[in-house]
Design a protein around this ligand. Structure first.
Ligand SMILES: Cc1cc2nc3c(=O)[nH]c(=O)nc-3n(C[C@H](O)[C@H](O)[C@H](O)COP(=O)(O)OP(=O)(O)OC[C@H]3O[C@@H](n4cnc5c(N)ncnc54)[C@H](O)[C@@H]3O)c2cc1C
Length: 423
């Protein structure tokens, strides 16, 4: 029988800004605890249950009441989707798969005692811990950004949710003839094609609602980092005179008083709506547990099991990891990590050898208009000699041109991956 601790402290909860539920029952231990119910963590939680024949107990810790998808969130900015269209409940993980859901934030991990402490004060013990907290933004890398972001003036909207809706409102409020400027950080960052898709979606909205307006892309990289020729063709053919792309623009400073962005080497840019995406690193909880061993930003793992190279019995997934060569930080990839890791954790807990040849697949779709889509895909496979995932020669590829059929595939991809992750 599991010992359960009952925490009741409505005052403390509201101070922490955590949900409306004043009473939470939290198990004091589980064989597997998962931190983060995004693309990686929710998939891992479900698949540990399924692959163990529903024998291994799983607790999933996630502060959000529902799952809000970053994929398709650029369509909310473009106006063809609402935030509700990309929001799904977590309830299926509990009702269909028996995952214990704890709506809270993990604040610390004691790797010696094998316990996780939550914001509301409870502690949960584990045999294996799976950590998939996504990314956190390095707002401090751009002078003045943290304050401008906290005031709601300059947003990144790189975690889908309230900020996506707030950025859409800024675009709606912008007068026709205004400039929307999008600042992109140096790679690696979450979703390589995501910023370029965003530029297309904002341009698609402006074409209909504010045709005298401008979309200015200010990219810290030397060139478009994903599907370059396809995005450039969309900007030239569909949004001629509206979208301008400027590479090698590394943002270092914002002046909130004048909504001006300053760069390492280039002239300042003043915009009506400034959307600054700063550099990223692994989610805070992974960094403060000492797992961000690559440049203090990303977590190195053993690709056979996803176990952290720094901390035993803790497995890291999704955007937080130090990627293998050519591996994108994507929801599709995080879902694949989730399954590989779940299978390895079930094997380790049942005395079996984890699969020695994991293979992933990945497809990232990008909407260049409301309907037309381009994709990039690849198949990474474990290389025992190099101990990393390498793209299988001849696998994957990119679209030859944007088209409406791939628009339908992209929507089907989203429905499938949400079902695979959550239902
Ligand atoms: C605009 C945009 C478009 C994108 N489009 C695509 C696309 O088309 N296709 C694609 O494959 N990918 C896309 N992505 C990338 C994709 O969203 C990420 O790669 C994916 O979400 C990574 O999964 P994850 O599990 O690592 O992180 P997330 O999905 O972000 O999940 C992390 C979860 O952990 C929780 N968490 C964090 N810290 C804690 C803590 N301490 N305690 C408890 N919970 C915690 C968070 O609340 C969150 O729910 C896009 C991203 C963006 C921003």
């Amino acid at each position: 029988m599991q010992r359960r601790s009952l925490l009741q402290s409505a005052g403390a909860l509201s101070l922490l800004g955590l949900g409306a539920c004043a009473t939470t029952t939290v198990p004091s231990r589980a064989q597997v605890v998962v931190i983060g119910g995004g693309y990686g963590g929710a998939t891992a939680a479900k698949y540990v249950r399924m692959l163990s024949g529903y024998k291994i107990e799983v607790v999933l810790i996630e502060p959000n009441a529902s799952f809000i998808s970053c994929p398709l969130s650029n369509l909310v900015l473009g106006g063809s989707k609402q935030i509700g269209d990309i929001t799904s409940p977590y309830a299926g993980l509990r009702s269909r798969h028996g995952v214990t859901l704890v709506e809270d934030m993990a604040t610390s991990i004691d790797t010696a005692k094998k316990t996780v402490t939550l914001a509301r004060g409870a502690t949960i013990g584990y045999d294996k811990l799976i950590v998939s907290p996504g990314i956190d933004l390095r707002l401090d890398q751009v002078e003045g950004l943290a304050a401008a972001h906290a005031s709601g003036q300059i947003l990144h909207a790189w975690k889908a949710g309230a900020e996506t809706v707030a950025l859409r409102r800024q675009l709606e409020a912008m007068p026709d003839g205004g400039t929307y400027a999008l600042s992109i950080p140096e790679a690696p960052y979450r979703c390589p094609p995501g910023p370029y898709e965003r530029a297309c979606q904002v341009a698609s909205y402006f074409t209909k609602a504010k045709p005298k307006s401008k979309v200015l892309i200010l990219d810290a990289n030397d060139d478009v980092t994903s599907k370059g020729p396809l995005f450039k063709k969309a900007w030239a053919d569909r949004y001629a005179g509206m979208v301008e792309y400027r590479p090698k623009h590394k943002a270092v400073d914002v002046d909130a008083a004048t909504n001006t962005l300053k760069f390492e080497f280039n002239d300042d840019v003043k915009a009506t709506v400034l959307n600054v995406i700063p550099e990223m690193r692994a989610g805070d909880i992974a960094v403060k547990t000492g797992m961000a061993t690559a440049n203090k930003r990303w977590c190195e793992i053993d690709f056979l099991t996803h176990e952290s190279i720094a901390v035993k019995n803790v497995h890291v997934l999704g955007d937080s990891i130090q990627i293998a060569p050519a591996m994108p930080k994507s929801g599709h990839m995080a879902n694949q990590h989730g399954k590989t890791c779940a299978a390895a954790v079930v094997a380790l807990l049942t005395g079996k050898q984890p699969n020695q040849l994991p293979i992933y697949n990945n497809t990232c779709y990008s909407f260049v208009s409301e309907e037309d889509v381009v994709h990039v895909s690849s198949v990474p496979r474990y290389d025992a000699e190099k101990k990393t995932m390498l793209t299988v020669a001849g696998s994957g590829g990119v679209s030859s041109a944007a088209n409406e059929l791939e628009g339908r595939y992209a929507m089907a991809w989203a429905r499938n991956i949400w079902a695979d992750t959550l239902a």
